[in-house]
Design a binder for this molecule. Sequence first.
Ligand code: AP5
Ligand code: MG
Ligand code: ZN
Length: 216
Amino acid sequence: MRLVLLGPPGAGKGTQAQVLREKLGIPHISTGDMFREAVLQGTPLGKEAQKYMESGQLVPDEVTIGIVRERLSQPDAVGFLLDGFPRTVPQAESLDEFLAASGRPLVAVLSIQVPGQVLVGRLTGRRVCSQCGANYHILNKPPHQAGKCDLCGGDLVQRADDTEETVLKRLEVYEQQTAALVGYYQQRGLVREVNGNQEPQKVLADIGLALGRDWG
Ligand code: AP5
Ligand code: MG
Ligand code: ZN
């Protein structure tokens, strides 16, 4: 299965991807996670990406396209779940070209939509595990023990770009540069609309229906 998860910041792409990767047995490829890892490691890529991420801007296309091509060239990427890529029309065109050349076109694009005012609260309340990356929310999905991950016991932290100011910038950048991709993929007959403004379990069930799988 070769899928793209498309949706604004806070739509629940990462939350759903954590479950989908297990259910579908395909790697979860998140450009945001790859950049955050590079920032943590202090690599040249991380230093470059950090400048953009901190201010809620997109990392330049040539950098982003390069890391995705490299990842999709690895042997486990026969199927994949792309999260946060593509985010611009040039990224989408480059992906189409790359996948066509290796004979593995996209199967579907899951467009997860959530009203803007809901997104701000989701993002400013999000906490992530510093060890395993699991997602939490101070109100919607609190951990059993405050500040600690249920899965691995790691410390929960707030992402540097989840302050209200940067969140608003990211939502603006989404509207300006990424929202048009819904139309781009509609023209190619790939879009499956998913209502992301409901319980995560319901969102997952709707994704299952959209993919023709009844996993409840
Ligand atoms: P990235 O990491 O991709 O961030 P994003 O797209 O802004 O999306 P988020 O990860 O914030 O949201 P999400 O949809 O995954 O939601 P989540 O499941 O966590 O990108 C970060 C930065 O990297 C970019 O700004 C850019 O600088 C750079 N970058 C990345 N990709 C790039 C690219 N292709 N090109 C250029 N630059 C790029 O959920 C959010 C919260 O809501 C959580 O707390 C969760 O618990 C809660 N929640 C989830 N689902 C529900 C639900 N159904 N009901 C209630 N709460 C929910
Ligand atoms: Mg995410
Ligand atoms: Zn953890």
